[in-house]
Design a protein around this ligand. Sequence first.
Ligand code: ATP
Length: 394
Amino acid sequence: MYIERLVLRHFRNYKETTLAFAPGGAYISGANGSGKTNILESIYYLANHASFRTTRREELQTWNVSQSAVYALVTQRETGRQSELAIHLTPNGRRLFLNGKETRDLRRFTSEIAAVAFHPGTMNVIKGGPAGRRYLVDRGIFSLQPEFGQTSQHFQRALKQRNALLRRNKASSHASSLATWTEHFIETSVQLMLDRQAHVERLNRALETLVEALGNDVGLVSLQYQPAIFAKCNSSDEVLAAWEDEKRLRERCLMESERLQQAEEAMGQTLFGPQRDDFTIRFRGRESRGYASQGEQRLAAFLLVAALAIEIRQQRGHHPVILLDDVISELDARNRQVIFDFLKAHAFQVLITDVEARPQVHNLSSLTSLHVKQVGGWADVQGGVDLDSTPHDL
Ligand SMILES: Nc1ncnc2c1ncn2[C@@H]1O[C@H](COP(=O)(O)OP(=O)(O)OP(=O)(O)O)[C@@H](O)[C@H]1O
């Protein structure tokens, strides 16, 4: 799919702006702070219902404004079918609209649009702590299976409830409700872990194919899932057996809950489960955080995003939009070439931001040029596809 038209209404520093994009995408230039990333963020938000730089929805809305919206007219490349998607941000939450009608069917909505982003924060998956890696994996699963949102919500609720119980002092009813919530927590944990494991296996297969197709000795990137419940387990046979039998995974969780019971009661929080999981990212067979150079780490992080894009295309049947924020100037010529080779090999729509307008320098002539500047505190966009060539009222 590609975005043909995008309307931003009171989204960050956009008051009321309509943009038209070519199927190949756009090279968006502008000074620091002009509003380039805001365009990419709005598309990512529409597709993923989350921003890649904040968890606070209010931050996306123009300061002191209570109603904001992002609209997109998207075209499915394969069939030419068009649909109109919108997210309204209100003080009571977000509302989704598909072809002008409000919908709560997240699966139907997200089947129309997909987007992946590579931005400065993506590097946290390698340089930062486990939370960033869990986020990368969980968001990846959500992009492929929107129903994963429910799995994750059920798990978070069970964790919150169990933590609340652990914090309360021991009453006679406490033990039985803790046992009930432990059982529920383990049930939701096992589902989450199985989804994570399946996603890692899928991504590793995609990475292998991707790296082979790119050739030129790019270097293999792979992920290894490290569930916290196995941290004290010395037998790899036991770990393998647990992945093959859900019952054993449950038993392992229960063993951990018993082992950590006293510590949990003393600290008033859950000390086992997937909220403590981690993933190892390997580049050329070695742990990338410790061994890979800055450039190699950047390349590894990009390849993880690219593999997800390929998986989305394969599983959902359409091409996601690729959002590259502020990363081109950070790469050396060789790594840049890897990215451009990847983009050339697939018919993705790509939006690239850069402080300077230099699509020709990078041989990206299929992209139209947009330039963003601030006028009176608002973003103003010049250039791009002629709006009259896509006559639609959004
Ligand atoms: N909620 C908001 N309401 C109004 N303006 C906002 C809001 N959030 C951010 N801004 C403004 O948006 C601008 C930042 O936009 P953006 O992050 O897209 O910049 P950029 O062009 O990508 O910059 P850089 O090149 O530095 O990455 C800043 O001027 C900031 O003050």
